[in-house]
Design a protein around this ligand. Sequence first.
Ligand code: A3P
Length: 286
Amino acid sequence: MSVEVKREYMDFEGVKFPVNIHTVESLTYAWKEFQTRDDDVFNVTFPKSGTTWLQEILTIIYSNGDPTPAKTMYSWDRVPWLEQHLGRQKLENRPSPRLITTHLPIQLFPQTFYNTKAKVIYTVRNPKDVCVSLYYFSLFALLLKCKEDFQEYLSMFLSKDTPFAGWFDHVKGWLTMKDNPNFLLLSYDDMTKDVRANVIKICKFLGKDLDDAAIDSVVEHSSFKAMKENNMSNYSAVPDSIFKKDTGTFHRKGVSGDYKHHFTPAQEEEFEKIYKDCMKDINFLF
Ligand code: A3P
C-alpha cells in the first residue's frame, strides 16, 4: 500500500514538523518518555548542517575505523532519528552505546538527558548555505514545503514557516549548552577545511582512542565522494514517492560558501540584517 506523501507540517508545542514522518506519539516519546543512557551519543543538527556526515563519522569511529558497518547498513538504521515515527522501535532495545540523530530544538530534547552523562555533538553551518541546501533539498524531498523561486524560498526560510523551530531559534537554543562538558560544538564550515582535526576532536570528546590508521579510515570513508557513492548513506534507497530523484541528489555539492552563487547583494543585505537582529545576544560568528 503506498502512502500519500504531503508537503505539510504539524504543530507540536509550537514547533513545526513534517507530517509524514512525525506524530504526536513519536514526538512525545522523544521528549518525555525516552530513557537516556549514560553512554548515548546524540548527533544534533538543524537540517542541512552536516547530519549525514556526522552519522558516517560516528559510525566509523565506533567501529574503530572499520568501514564495514557504514557500507552494509543504512545510515538511518545505524544512527536512527529519535523523534521520527520509528524512533521508539529503533532505539528502545538497542544495545549500548547508542548513536542517535535528532533535529529537535533544545526545548523538546529528552527530559531524561539532563540526569545522565550522555553526550551531544551539535553541528552548525553557515545559515546562508543551510538555506541554499534546504532550498534544493525541498524541491527534491516531497516531505517539505518548497518554492521554485529562490527569493520566495528565502522569505519562507526567514519566516516562522520553517520546520524544527527555524535555524535561528534552533541554533540559539542549542548554543546555551556550549559550556556544558558533555556538549561539543562543531562547525560544518570548519570541517570542510580540516576534517581530520575535527575527527580527532570528536574522538577526544567521546573518549575514543583511535590510532592514526583508524583516523585516516574515518576521514577517507566519510569524504563527500565516498558518501555520495555509498548506497547506505546517499539516500538512493528512498522511494521516488518521497525523494524525487530526477530533481537532484542528496549529496549535492558539500562545500562551504555556495550561497555566494545564489544570494544577490540585496538578499545578502536582508539576511545580514535579520541575522544581526536575531543573533544579537549570541557570541558566534560565521
Ligand atoms: P549541500 O546541499 O550544500 O551539498 P544534512 O545531512 O544535514 O541533511 O546536510 C546535507 C548537506 O551536507 C548537503 O549539502 C550535503 O551535500 C552535505 N554533505 C553530506 N555529506 C557530506 C560530506 N561527507 N562532506 C561534506 N558535505 C557533506
